[in-house]
Each structure stands twice: as structure tokens, then as C-alpha cells.
Design a protein around this ligand. Structure first.
Ligand code: SF4
Ligand code: MG
Length: 320
């Protein structure tokens, strides 16, 4: 079947002042990413902060404009639409942010915040919008009196539910979740993940779930893509990725996940040398070569191509 969304060769480059302030250079935040979102699945997108995963999410929705590439949603390239015709599709693709209230008016009650997307898209009259807001509160497991609350009266978990409700009030088909549980403690995190899984089935949603912690996406993702410095370096069904990680960077990420299984516990913890290099001046060849324990001369010269390891499992490394 056709994927619900097909992203092809997506690049987001922008110019920034160089380190010294007077030399302008190109930041390759996203540098040629391709992947499919299949109807009803959750695709986990994982990478360190600064790898471009949030930018990727925002670019698909054109909250920031792409530099190059295509994003076919139900056969229509979102990047080729005028602002006006994009509106019709934007309802169906929504985003949930890590801190949904950071951009909201602290004096605006929850109800207004929930109805705002309906107002923007010209949906319903005041009465209908209020009824819909009350309804969506129940959908995300909150009581109706939350309608009259102010942001500061809510807990972190409640805020995140409101953020989700604001996205769901438009009846989207795809929800791009950017670190929706990263700021929450572990118990609230798993409640939120369970809620999202339940709503996925009930509302027939497709998720792109962005996170820096691979352990967080494990239980919600059907497939996982690993991103490093603007590129996708490995992609596989979740179980396959955990059982058979092929890219050295994925192996590093997995070695940090605590596992009760004694077989996996034998796996050595691999600690990375150094920080994520700046996308302002990314390393040549395989961008991971400055930190990779297996790097050879070839790695610094040649960008590794994506190779299929097994059906649906792809890795970009010269060793594969
Ligand atoms: Fe490491 Fe080379 Fe593979 Fe890159 S291509 S991950 S540097 S071995
Ligand atoms: Mg981010």
C-alpha cells in the first residue's frame, strides 16, 4: 500500500554567522532524509539533541520552509502547495511539542487554548467549539472543569494532555510528537504513552514520534529511524533494531539502555568520545567518523550509502 506520508530527500539548510561572526556558513540541519509513514503506525525518530529531528518534524509541516525535497501526503506534495491550499492539509497533520504552553498566553484559560485551532481553521460557532473542547478534554482523560483553568494551575502531565488535545481537536490523521514526554517523570511518562497508544487505535492516528531517548520510543514504535547530524543512519522494525543493530551509532545508543535480560546485559556499554559535532561544520564523509570506534580512512572521505541489511532494515555504514 502507498504510505500515508512519503518524505523524500528532505534538506533544511540555513545560513548562520560563522564562529568568528563575520564569515557566513551553511548549517545543514537536515541533510537528505527519506522515509515513509505508513497508515496507523508509529515511527520513532531518535537522535541526540541537535541532530535535526525537531527541524525535520517542523519542516514536514512547513512551520519552517524546506530547502529541498518532497513530502507526499496522500499523493500530494506538501512542499509544492501554496500557503492557501496547504491550509486544507494542515488540519490533517498536527504537531505536539515538548512544552505546549511555552507559546501560549499565560492568562488564557485552557478552553480558549483548545478552541484556538478551531477558530484559526474557521470550524464551528462559539457553542460548537466549546462543546468540542469539553469533548476533547474527556478524550485525553481530563475533567471538564479543566476548561476554566489557567496554564499555571496545571501539572506537567496535565499540560502535556492539553497539548495533545489541542492537536487532536482538529481530527488529524498524522500527529508529529516532538519529545512529548521528555520533560515528565517516569510514571507520568508511561501514563502519557499509554494514553497516546489507546488514542492511536481509537482515532486511527499515525504518529511520528521524536525522542532523544530510544528507551522511550521502544514500546510505542513499530519502526525506528536513527538520526545523526541531519541524516538517517539506520532504520528497522523496532524488534529487529533492538536485536540486530548494525550501525555503530545505534549500537552506542542501545548499549546505554538498561535491560533486565541477561543475554543483553552481557552487551558492553559503549561510551562515546566527545560531543556531537556542530552542524555548522560537519565532519566529511561519514559524519560519525570523529566518534566511531571502527572508523577508517575511507570513513572520512566517503559518505556511506544506505544498504539494505534485511527486508525493511537499512543502515548507512561502510562496514555493513
Ligand atoms: Fe563508523 Fe565508518 Fe561506519 Fe561511519 S562508515 S559508522 S565511521 S565504520
Ligand atoms: Mg528537539
Amino acid at each position: 500500500a502507498e504510505p500515508l506520508l512519503r518524505v523524500n530527500g528532505l534538506k533544511k539548510h540555513y545560513t548562520a554567522a560563522g564562529k568568528t561572526g563575520f564569515r557566513r556558513s551553511t548549517v545543514k540541519a537536515v541533510d537528505g532524509v527519506s522515509f515513509d509513514l505508513r497508515e496507523g503506525e508509529t515511527y520513532g525518530l531518535v537522535g541526540e539533541s541537535g541532530c535535526g529531528k525537531s527541524t525535520l518534524g517542523k519542516t514536514i509541516l512547513r512551520l519552517t520552509e524546506p530547502t529541498e525535497g518532497e513530502a507526499f501526503y496522500r499523493g500530494v506534495d506538501l512542499f509544492k502547495q501554496s500557503r492557501r491550499s496547504l491550509q486544507a492539509y494542515r488540519r490533517e497533520l498536527q504537531m505536539v511539542f515538548q512544552d505546549p504552553f511555552s507559546s501560549l498566553n499565560p492568562r488564557q484559560i485552557v478552553g480558549q487554548a483548545l478552541e484556538e485551532p478551531l477558530v484559526i481553521h474557521g470550524i464551528g460557532g462559539p457553542k460548537e467549539r466549546t462543546a468540542r473542547a469539553m469533548d476533547i478534554l474527556r478524550t485525553v482523560g481530563l475533567q471538564q472543569d479543566h476548561y476554566y483553568r489557567l496554564p499555571h494551575e496545571l501539572s506537567g502531565g496535565q499540560r502535556q494532555r492539553i497539548g495533545l488535545a489541542r492537536a487532536l481537536i482538529l481530527n488529524p490523521r498524522i500527529v508529529i510528537c516532538d519529545e512529548p514526554v521528555s520533560a515528565l517523570d517516569v510514571i507520568i511518562q508511561s501514563q502519557m504513552i499509554n494514553l497516546m497508544r489507546r488514542l492511536q487505535t481509537e482515532l486511527k492516528l499515525t504518529y511520528l514520534f521524536i525522542a532523544h531517548d530510544i528507551a522511550v520510543v521502544r514500546h510505542i514504535s513499530d519502526r525506528i529511524g536513527i538520526m545523526y547530524l541531519g541524516r538517517l543512519v539506520e532504520e528497522a522494525p523496532t524488534d529487529e533494531l533492538f536485536a540486530n543493530p548494525r550501525h555503530p551509532y545505534t549500537q552506542v545508543l542501545l548499549s546505554a539502555v538498561p535491560v533486565p535480560n541477561p543475554e543483553a546485559a552481557k552487551r558492553q556499554r559503549i561510551v562515546l568520545e566527545g560531543d556531537l559535532p556542530s552542524p555548522l561544520d560537519p565532519p566529511s564523509g561519514c559524519a560519525f567518523h570523529t566518534r566511531c570506534p571502527y572508523a577508517t580512512d575511507r570513513c572520512a572521505r566517503e559518505v556511506p550509502i544506505h544498504r539494505e541489511v534485511s527486508s525493511g532494515h537499512m543502515a548507512a555504514c561502510h562496514l555493513v
